[in-house]
Design a binder for this molecule. Structure first.
Ligand SMILES: N[C@@H](CCC(=O)N[C@@H](CS)C(=O)NCC(=O)O)C(=O)O
Length: 223
């Protein structure tokens, strides 16, 4: 791992196995940053209450770099690219595909993980007596329907943008990976399916995806 560009203490990341913190964890690993990782049981709001002192939202990830504190998994990769000029994993604003790159980055959470979260909330993460199968099913369908743009985009592309791996691939892949954990992948179209398998085969993904597994109570519906 290379050291951080700034002369300060190591970056710190709080992570739960299979949670959105996989995005920044994967990005840190791909970029070869030196960082300190804390793995927590999920949800830390209940199982590690002192975490609320650090992040009153109780959500994962939490990321610190010097004076910078961040809670949005899709923003942290972009931050690393811009703050440390790591355009080997991102695009500069002058790049013709910059708008597309930003769009996928935001699409990953605002359009894709959002309906998955609601489906999870009313199914797997709810007590059996509080489950609302119709809501869970509606939002599962919503998620699958929202993949149409991605499937079309991937028809002739190995990566999302500029013919290279970027942090946008990380954020979008996490949404697809979460869908796989939930068993939604049975309805993935071929380009989306193949793209997910390609991205998951990367060494850095393979390395980080198992971190925290021993504390995990969410290994996916097929595991
Ligand atoms: N928009 C935020 C959402 C963070 C979030 O809700 N994370 C989930 C895990 S994937 C969480 O911590 N849920 C536990 C809780 O709400 O207590 C992001 O993308 O990082």
């Amino acid at each position: 791992m290379t050291s951080n560009a700034s002369n300060q203490s190591k970056m710190k990341l709080w992570h739960c196995h299979n949670a959105r913190s996989l995005r920044p964890l994967w990005a840190l690993e791909e970029m070869g940053f030196d960082y300190e990782l804390t793995s927590l049981p999920f949800p830390p709001r209940f199982l590690k209450k002192e975490y609320l002192d650090l992040n009153p939202l109780g959500t994962i990830p939490y990321f610190i770099d010097g004076e910078t504190h961040m809670t949005e998994s899709s923003a942290i990769g972009l931050y690393l690219v811009e703050r440390y000029q790591r355009y080997d994993f991102g695009l500069e604003a002058s790049h013709p595909e910059y708008g597309d790159y930003l769009n996928w980055q935001f699409h990953s959470d605002a359009t894709l993980t959002f309906p998955q979260t609601i489906s999870l909330r009313y199914d797997l993460f709810a007590k059996p007596e509080q489950r609302v199968p119709q809501v869970a099913e509606d939002y599962r369908k919503w998620f699958i329907a929202r993949l149409v743009r991605l499937n079309n985009h991937l028809k002739n592309r190995e990566f999302l943008c500029a013919n290279k791996f970027t942090v946008a691939d990380i954020t979008i892949t996490y949404a697809l990976y979460l869908g796989e954990l939930l068993g939604f992948d049975k309805e993935y179209q071929p380009h989306v399916h193949d793209y997910l398998q390609r991205m998951k085969a990367r060494d850095a993904f393979q390395k980080v995806v198992v971190i925290g597994e021993e504390q995990s109570n969410f290994k996916g519906v097929n595991k």
